[in-house]
Design a protein around this ligand. Sequence first.
Ligand code: ZN
Length: 208
Amino acid sequence: MTITSIADHVDEARKDLEEGVDRAERPTSVSVVQEDLPEPLQSRLDDFDEALNRTPPPEKFPESASYPTAPDVAAIARLLIEAFHPHLEDETIVYVYRENLTRAGEVTHGKVTQASGRYRERFGVDWFVDINWTSWVGMRAAARIRLVDHELSHLVEESTADGSPKIVSRRHDVEEFVEIIRRWGIEEGTRQEELARTINQLELFAPA
Ligand SMILES: [Zn+2]
């Protein structure tokens, strides 16, 4: 990706954000129902519906661009930032589709990367969120929103040595193989244990 294409790209992303430009052919729209949303988001149902469908993903991945902007992802992210990630309000995040995304040979639906110094200085971009377009177009509405929430959850606020806050990227809470947990059980005093406890609570409260 050349600097020129990134510059265009960032401009385009800004324009899409401001105007909600519709540059793609409309595929079948996805609709989100209230029960699919976590309680704090239910009152924003119409906003999510609009975010998902106003500028939907292209039906075919554009041949001319490897990093087309993803205005629907950006619109969903804006709502999620307001609800759950207010520390990201001042970050400049550019959302793009990738035709496919893999990590260590496995399909991954999305990823967050910090913009390099060059992009930061020249274009004021802090982060890139890449969304696997192939996965995205096959997802239901709630799964799309959940994925964006997941990607944004990688970005947390930390305080630096001089006490000023800084946004950093974190890894997942729990990284373990299922067979290791089967063999050895849940490791005490770790996020694994916390996750297991949370799952138990959810099961307790789940309707029978
Ligand atoms: Zn992740």
